[in-house]
Write a protein that binds this ligand. Structure first.
Ligand SMILES: *[C@@H]1O[C@H](CO)[C@@H](O)[C@H](O)[C@H]1NC(C)=O
Length: 345
C-alpha cells in the first residue's frame, strides 16, 4: 500500500532563494566560467558559428631541377627523377647499384615428384660476366649534389561546398623556401626539406627514405580571400622503417633494356636508393552560417544551467546549515481536501 501511494505522487519545482555569500559567489563564478568557455573556446577559437568544409579537392604538380655527377656520369632530371610525370609522389635517386649485361638464358632446375627425378629448364636472367655473379658489390657513393636540387610544387585546391578555389603560387617564383623569411615560396631545396624534417641528408640518401611535404589550407572565408594561405611542413613518413634493422630505408629495382647488333636483348639491373617525396595536402574552410550559430547558442544557454547542479550539491551537503536548506528545498505537501466555502467564512 505504501509503495502505491509513494508512486502516485507528483513533484514540482519550487524556487528557493538562498541569500548566502558563499553559494552566491560559487554560483556566479561557475556561470562566468561556462560563459567564458563558450565565448572564447567554442565560438572564437573553434568558430562554432561557421559551417566547415573539410572535403578539400586538390591537385599537385612537381618539378625537380638540378644537375649532379655520379660515377663519372652527369645526371640530370631525366636520369634521377622517377616517375617523370611530375606527380605528387616521386623519387630522387641518390645511390645506384647496377648489375650490367644480363641476358635471358636457360638454367637447369631439379624437381622431385613421386615418380622420380625430372630435370627441366626455366628461363631466367643471368649475368654474362662471371665476377659480377659473385655479387661483390662495392659501396657506391651517393649523389651529393642532390642536396642542392630544388623541388617546385604547384598546388591548387578547391572547397566544393563554398565553390572556393585557390593556388599556392602567390608571387614571383624567383625565391627559395625558408620557414621564416620566405614561408610561401613554393620552391624547396631538397637539403632544406630533409633538414626541416629532422633528418641527416647523407644518411637518408645512403639508405633511402620517404619525406612528406605537407601543405595545409586552414581558411576562414569570412575574412578576405587573400588571407587563405598555405602552410608548409615537413616530416619523415617512414620513421618506423628508418629504425628497423630488417629492412631499413627505401630502395627498389628496375631494369634498362638494350639490344645488340645481332638482335639479342640484354639489360642492366639497377638497385636504386632514393629520397621519395610525397606531397600531402590537407585543410578545411569555414564560413558563417545561421544553423550552427543557433544550435550552439542554445547549447551555451542550456549549459549555463549546469551550474545549478554543482551549487545544489554544495548547498545540500557541504555548506553550514545544510539540513535547514534541505528542509526548505524538499517540502512534502499532503493533498488538501476540498472544503465548503461556507465553512471557511
Ligand atoms: C650546394 O651549393 C652551394 C652554393 O652554390 C655550394 O657551395 C655547395 O658546395 C653545393 N653542395 C653540394 C653538395 O654540391
Amino acid at each position: 500500500m505504501g509503495c502505491v501511494t509513494d508512486f502516485f505522487t507528483y513533484e514540482t519545482t519550487k524556487s528557493v532563494v538562498v541569500k548566502s555569500w558563499t553559494i552566491g559567489i560559487i554560483n556566479r563564478a561557475v556561470q562566468l566560467l561556462i560563459i567564458t568557455y563558450f565565448v572564447c573556446w567554442v565560438f572564437l577559437h573553434e568558430k562554432a558559428y561557421q559551417i566547415r568544409d573539410s572535403s578539400i579537392e586538390s591537385s599537385v604538380m612537381t618539378k625537380v631541377k638540378g644537375v649532379g655527377r655520379y660515377s663519372d656520369r652527369v645526371m640530370d632530371v631525366a636520369d634521377y627523377v622517377t616517375p617523370p610525370q611530375g606527380s605528387s609522389v616521386f623519387v630522387i635517386l641518390t645511390k645506384l647499384i647496377t648489375t650490367q649485361n644480363q641476358i635471358q638464358d636457360f638454367c637447369a632446375e631439379e624437381k622431385w615428384p613421386t615418380d622420380g627425378i625430372i630435370l627441366y629448364t626455366v628461363r631466367v636472367y643471368i649475368t654474362l660476366t662471371e665476377f659480377i655473379c659473385l655479387c661483390f658489390i662495392p659501396l657506391r657513393p651517393i649523389l651529393h649534389e642532390a642536396e642542392n636540387f630544388t623541388v617546385f610544387v604547384k598546388n591548387s585546391v578547391r572547397f566544393p561546398i563554398f565553390n572556393f578555389e585557390r593556388g599556392n603560387l602567390l608571387s614571383s617564383l624567383n625565391c627559395r623556401y625558408h620557414p621564416i623569411t620566405h614561408p610561401f615560396c613554393p620552391i624547396f631545396r631538397l637539403g632544406d626539406i630533409v633538414k626541416l624534417a629532422g633528418q641527416n641528408f647523407t644518411n637518408l640518401a645512403d639508405n633511402g627514405g620517404v619525406i612528406g611535404i605537407k601543405i595545409g589550407w586552414l581558411c576562414d572565408l569570412d575574412k578576405s580571400w587573400d588571407l587563405c594561405l598555405p602552410s608548409y611542413s615537413f616530416t619523415r613518413l617512414d620513421g618506423v622503417s628508418a629504425k628497423s634493422n630488417i629492412s631499413p630505408g627505401y630502395n627498389f629495382r628496375f631494369a634498362r633494356y638494350y639490344m645488340r647488333p645481332d638482335g639479342s636483348e640484354f639489360r642492366t639491373l639497377i638497385k636504386a636508393y632514393g629520397i621519395r617525396v610525397d606531397v600531402l595536402v590537407y585543410g578545411n574552410a569555414g564560413k558563417f552560417n545561421i544553423i550552427p550559430t543557433l544550435i550552439n547558442t542554445v547549447a551555451a544557454f542550456t549549459s549555463v544551467g549546469v551550474g545549478t547542479v554543482l551549487c545544489d550539491i554544495i548547498l545540500l551537503n557541504f555548506l553550514k546549515g545544510a539540513d535547514q536548506y534541505k528542509a526548505k528545498k524538499f517540502e512534502e505537501v499532503m493533498s488538501i481536501p476540498a472544503v465548503d466555502n461556507d465553512k471557511l467564512f
